[in-house]
Design a protein around this ligand. Structure first.
Ligand SMILES: Cc1ncc(COP(=O)(O)O)c(C=O)c1O
Length: 404
C-alpha cells in the first residue's frame, strides 16, 4: 500500500530559527557580472596561499601522523600559546594558554555560547542592529532577545541599564570593534560604562572580537575582558587575518565557563580540525604575521576610503553613511519610510547587490538601512557599483511611491 505523503516532525526550534537571509541573497548575487556589496567575504587576494601550500605539504609530510589523528578538545598547545601571548602583547591582558579553547571558527564559538547559556525563553541582550550569524546561532536555543540600540560610539547605556535591571539577561552579546553589520567601534568610555553596568549583575558579557586586528584608524582600545576578566567570554577568529576556509577560531573564558564549553564541544564535534590547527600554528611561527595583518588593514583602508569617496560623489545627501575605523563593512541609512528591500531589487536589476538591514534587527525595524561590504571588490568595481547605486537611489527617492 502506498504511504500518505510523509510529514517530517521537526523540533520546534526550527520554527524560530531564521534561514540565513545572507545565503539566500548570495544566490542572487552569484553571477560574475554582479558587483556585490552584499556578502561578508574577505579579500581573497590577501590569503597567504603560497605560504599555506608550502606549510600544508610540510605538515602532512613531516607531522602527518599527529596532524591527521584525533586530538584534544581544548586544541593544539602552540596555537593556544600564540593566542594568549598576543592578548598579553596587544591588549595587556593576563591570559594563559589554558584559558583558550580552539573552535572551528568563531561561529562555532557562538553556537557553544548558546548551548551553555540559553534555555527556552532565556533573556539575551544583543546590539540593534546585531550580527546575523549570532542571531541565527542563538535562535536555535529559543531565547527572548532584548535589543540594545547601537549608536555611533557604542550601545545605548540607558536602554542597556533598563534591560539589565528588568530582564536580567543571561548574557549581553556585542562586537566592540568594527561591528558587523554597522562598522561601529565602541569608544573607550562606552566599554567602561558597559563593564560597570554588568559588574553589579549576574549577566555575562559575550565579546565577539572577530575584527579587532582589522583596524585602520585610531588605536586599539581595551577589550571588555580587560575590565571584567571573570565575567567576559571573548571570541576570536583566524578568518579575517588568515583565511575563513580554514574554519578556525577560539574562545577565551574564565576557567569554570571554559570547562562547560569543553564538555559541550566534546558532544558537538570532539575537537576542532587538527590539520588546520597545525598549519595555522606553523604559519604564525614562521611568517611575520604583523606584516601580513598590516597588508590586510592597509588594503581594507584603501577599499573603504574608495567606497566613502564614491558615496560622497554619487549618493543623495539625505542618505547617511558612517566612516568605519576598521573591519569590512559600512552602514547606510535612507530617510525613514524608504525600503532597502525595494532598493535591493532595483540595484540587482543594475547588477549591484546590497544587503538590506532588516535581518539584523531582532525586534523589527531597520527597513531603511543597508550594509555595504567593501573588502571583496576591487576599487574600480567599488566606484562603478556605488555610481550605479547612487543613480538608483536618486531615482528611488524621487519616486513619490518609495515608502509604499
Ligand atoms: C562578528 C562576527 N562574528 C563571527 C563571525 C564568524 O566568523 P568565523 O569565520 O570565525 O566563524 C563573523 C563572520 O563574518 C562575524 O562577522
Amino acid at each position: 500500500m502506498l504511504k500518505a505523503a510523509m510529514q517530517y516532525c521537526y523540533a520546534t526550534r526550527m520554527e524560530t530559527t531564521p534561514r540565513s537571509f545572507i545565503r539566500e541573497i548570495l544566490k542572487v548575487t552569484e553571477k560574475p557580472e554582479m558587483i556585490s556589496f552584499a556578502g561578508g567575504l574577505p579579500n581573497p587576494d590577501l590569503f597567504p596561499v603560497e605560504e599555506l601550500a608550502e606549510i600544508a605539504r610540510d605538515v602532512i609530510g613531516g607531522e602527518g601522523k599527529k596532524a591527521l589523528q584525533y586530538s584534544t578538545t581544548e586544541g593544539h598547545p602552540p596555537l593556544r600559546e600564540w593566542i594568549a601571548a598576543r592578548y598579553k602583547k596587544y591588549y595587556h591582558m593576563d591570559v594563559s594558554p589554558e584559558d583558550i579553547l580552539i573552535t572551528n571558527g568563531s561561529q562555532q564559538s557562538l553556537d557553544l555560547v548558546g548551548k551553555v547559556f540559553i534555555n527556552q525563553g532565556s533573556p539575551v541582550a544583543i546590539e540593534r542592529p546585531g550580527y546575523l550569524g549570532a542571531i541565527q546561532a542563538f535562535s536555535l536555543y529559543e531565547p527572548r532577545f532584548h535589543a540594545v540600540p547601537l549608536g555611533a560610539a557604542g550601545p545605548d547605556i540607558p536602554t542597556l541599564t533598563g534591560i539589565m535591571k528588568k530582564q536580567r539577561p543571561v548574557f549581553f552579546y556585542g562586537i566592540p570593534n568594527s561591528q558587523n553589520p554597522s562598522g561601529v567601534t565602541w569608544s573607550q568610555e562606552s566599554r567602561r560604562e558597559v563593564a560597570e553596568i554588568a559588574a553589579d549583575t549576574q549577566t555575562i558579557l559575550v565579546e565577539d572580537d572577530a575584527y579587532g586586528e582589522i583596524r585602520f584608524n585610531g588605536v586599539h582600545l581595551p577589550p571588555l575582558r580587560s575590565f571584567l576578566p571573570d565575567q567576559v567570554v571573548m571570541t576570536g577568529s583566524f578568518s579575517k587575518i588568515i583565511a575563513p576556509g580554514l574554519r578556525m577560531g577560539w574562545i577565551c573564558a574564565p576557567r569554570e565557563i571554559r570547562e562547560q564549553f569543553v564538555t559541550v564541544k566534546q558532544g558537538t564535534d570532539l575537537h576542532s580540525n587538527i590539520l588546520s590547527q597545525h598549519i595555522i600554528a606553523r604559519f604564525l611561527s614562521e611568517f611575520p604575521v604583523d606584516v601580513h595583518i598590516r597588508r590586510i588593514t592597509e588594503t581594507y583602508h584603501r577599499q573603504c576610503s574608495c567606497m566613502i569617496q564614491a558615496i560622497q560623489d554619487s549618493f543623495p545627501k539625505c542618505v547617511a553613511c558612517n566612516r568605519p575605523d576598521g573591519g569590512m563593512f559600512l552602514w547606510a541609512e535612507m530617510p525613514e519610510g524608504c525600503s532597502s528591500m525595494k532598493l535591493f531589487e532595483r540595484a540587482v536589476a543594475r547588477d549591484v547587490a546590497i544587503l538590506p538591514g532588516v535581518p539584523f534587527y531582532t525586534d523589527g525595524g531597520g527597513l531603511n538601512s543597508m550594509r555595504l561590504n567593501f573588502s571583496n571588490q576591487p576599487e574600480d568595481r567599488i566606484r562603478e557599483g556605488i555610481r550605479r547605486l547612487g543613480e538608483e537611489l536618486h531615482l528611488y527617492l524621487e519616486d513619490p511611491d518609495h515608502g509604499g
